[in-house]
Design a binder for this molecule. Structure first.
Ligand SMILES: [Zn+2]
Length: 68
C-alpha cells in the first residue's frame, strides 16, 4: 500500500516579456505606442488624439465670433 501523492511541481516560471519602455504622452501621461504616435514640435511622442486635442485647445484660445 503505497499512497502516491500527486506532486504538483508547477513551478514553471512564466517569463514576462520585456517590453521597451514606452515614452509617456505629455498630455495624458500614458504610454504612447510608437506605431501610432504623433510627434509635437519638440519631437516628443504623443497620441494622435492628444495631438488633436492640443490643437483644439490652442485653437479655442482665439475668440470666435460670428458663428451662426
Ligand atoms: Zn495621450
Amino acid at each position: 500500500m503505497a499512497r502516491m501523492r500527486p506532486s504538483f511541481h508547477n513551478t514553471r516560471a512564466v517569463p514576462i516579456p520585456k517590453r521597451p519602455a514606452l515614452p509617456a504622452c505629455p498630455i495624458c501621461d500614458k504610454g504612447v505606442q510608437l506605431e501610432t504616435a504623433k510627434t509635437d514640435e519638440v519631437g516628443r511622442a504623443l497620441h494622435e488624439e492628444c495631438y488633436l486635442l492640443r490643437l483644439n485647445l490652442r485653437r479655442s484660445t482665439t475668440p470666435t465670433d460670428g458663428i451662426s
